[in-house]
Design a protein around this ligand. Structure first.
Ligand SMILES: Nc1ncnc2c1ncn2[C@@H]1O[C@H](COP(=O)(O)OP(=O)(O)OP(=O)(O)O)[C@@H](O)[C@H]1O
Ligand SMILES: [Mg+2]
Length: 464
């Protein structure tokens, strides 16, 4: 390539660069001054070329770079009244510095600082809001009696939870998705010696691997680019004297598994970029829907951490293994959702309950909530019958349902539902009557039923 051509190419590249670039010869005269530099400083190229750099650029140090031969990177320099980040790089030929390059990296560092500060301020506010809502939520946290289920399986699970809560031991909650693991974790906290402390929850699957350590253990100011001023406490610090809920622990990367294990053993944590460890006294409750034992045998989960976590095991059986709980859940959620949506009260027909009970509920209770929500918003009458059910429920009928609908057990289950929904209906009507101060026409209107229907109901439900 001819020298001329390389020179042209170099010029084009320099001129199209986004950064401001100035090059001086060994006498500190400007030999190149690119478009960006001109745009940023407002100095014309013709004015600059051939002039001593010290005459053209405020506060320049480029002549010093020629003398020292030292590169400087990321220095702040005030140019045209604005702080900017600059690099200064000497060009050596043999033993001699023959030129120096100055680069302006950011236009208006102060802008950048402002954006960064705004962002940090936002984060601080969000943290505070979270802390406040956690305080407020304390009373709204789930307790064991809000966990619906009277089946043998559920009663046993609750019994274990109650006993586990009283101890200081780590609890490992397992169960399919939507079985209520988070509800149990909160209930355990409420009944535990740590109930006065915070309940802090971390979803190990939702946080990118490289941020997880900072999230769990906190970081010091300047620990990495983007680390905010004053650093940030980690979840282990925030949960001190309370419960730390490690949700989806099966998704924790191996490297973090070792770090968690160390904290559990030594009760000491260390912030990213920190020098001194801090003490931490937290009760760990972990949950997963993965088969941890299998992960251990396949090398995906540390065996020693598994044993540390699995001190008390709380397994929540899937809904299809405790079908008696289905009617209870249906009647609870239909009432709750109607109230929440300000819809007139509804109830399931016997047949609908039968079909819903025979469904296999792969999404467990979360699916119950979703399906009831869908039905309530679509069904028009106050009765929810088989035709109102999603086709999926009709398609996936479990022929080996432990509760058959021919025996005495069935009648019992349906009786429970009937009683519950009658009680619920009774309660709603009484409340509406209270609101209308006993005016039945108004009450019927509010309930969205005919007055004669209301009279029938009052008689049937023995409301005076
Ligand atoms: N026994 C129950 N009684 C009433 N509601 C329940 C019960 N179990 C779960 N739910 C409800 O079902 C939904 C899912 O529960 P939760 O989030 O605790 O499940 P999870 O096991 O943590 O699920 P995932 O593994 O998907 O995180 C929530 O809305 C919860 O309130
Ligand atoms: Mg969960």
């Amino acid at each position: 390539m001819s020298e001329e051509l390389s020179f042209d190419i170099l010029h084009t590249v320099l001129d199209s660069a986004y950064e401001g670039i100035v090059i001086v010869d060994k006498q500190a005269r400007i030999i190149h001054f690119n478009n960006a530099y001109s745009r940023i400083t407002g100095i014309k190229k013709e004015q600059a070329l051939g002039q001593p750099v010290t005459d053209i650029i405020d506060n320049t140090q480029l002549h010093m770079t020629l003398q020292t031969g030292q590169a400087e990177r990321g220095k702040i320099q005030v140019i045209s009244g604005q702080e900017m980040v600059v690099h200064r790089i000497p060009i050596w030929r043999g033993e001699e510095v023959v030129a120096a390059v100055g680069m302006l990296i950011f236009e208006g560092v102060s802008e950048l600082h402002k954006i960064l500060e705004m962002h940090q301020e936002k984060e601080r506010k969000a943290d505070k809001a979270l802390a406040d809502s956690q305080k407020k939520n304390k009373k709204q946290m789930v307790t064991l009696d809000q966990i619906i289920g009277k089946s043998k399986e559920m009663s046993e699970t609750k019994r274990i939870a109650r006993r586990a809560a009283k101890t200081l031991a780590t609890v490992l909650i397992t169960g399919e998705s939507g079985t209520g693991k988070e509800m149990f974790a909160q209930s355990i906290h409420q009944l535990s010696p740590f109930a006065d402390g915070p309940f802090v929850s971390v979803n190990c699957a939702a946080i990118p691997e490289h941020l997880l350590e900072a999230e769990l253990f906190g970081y010091e100011e300047g620990a990495f680019t983007g680390a905010r001023k004053g650093g940030k406490p980690g979840k282990f610090e925030l949960a001190d004297q309370g419960t730390l809920f490690l949700d989806e622990i099966g998704d924790m990367p191996m490297i973090m598994q070792s770090k968690i294990l160390r904290v559990l053993q030594e009760k000491e944590g260390m912030r990213v970029g920190g020098l001194k460890p801090y003490r931490t006294n937290v009760r760990i409750v972990a949950a997963t829907n993965k088969e941890l034992e299998q992960m251990v045998s396949e090398g995906g989960f540390r065996e020693d951490l598994y044993y540390r976590l699995n001190i008390i095991r709380l397994h929540i059986p899937p809904l299809r293994e405790r079908k008696e709980d289905i009617p209870l859940l249906l009647s609870y959620y239909v009432k709750e959702i109607c109230e929440r949506y300000l819809a007139s009260p509804k109830h399931f027909t016997e047949e609908a309950v039968k079909l819903l009970t025979a469904y296999n509920w792969p999404g467990n209770i979360r699916e119950v909530v979703n399906i009831v929500e869908r039905i309530v918003s679509l069904a028009e009458g106050e009765e929810i019958s088989a035709t109102d059910l999603p086709s999926m429920v009709l398609r996936h009928q479990d022929s080996h349902a432990p509760v058959s609908f021919s025996g005495g057990e069935t009648t019992e289950v349906l009786d429970t539902v009937r009683k519950e929904s009658m009680e619920q209906e009774r309660e709603v009507i009484i409340n509406v009557l209270k609101e209308t101060k006993g005016n039945k026409s108004q009450a019927a209107k509010k309930l969205g039923i005919h007055r004669s229907t209301l009279y029938e109901k009052l008689k049937k439900l023995q409301i005076k």
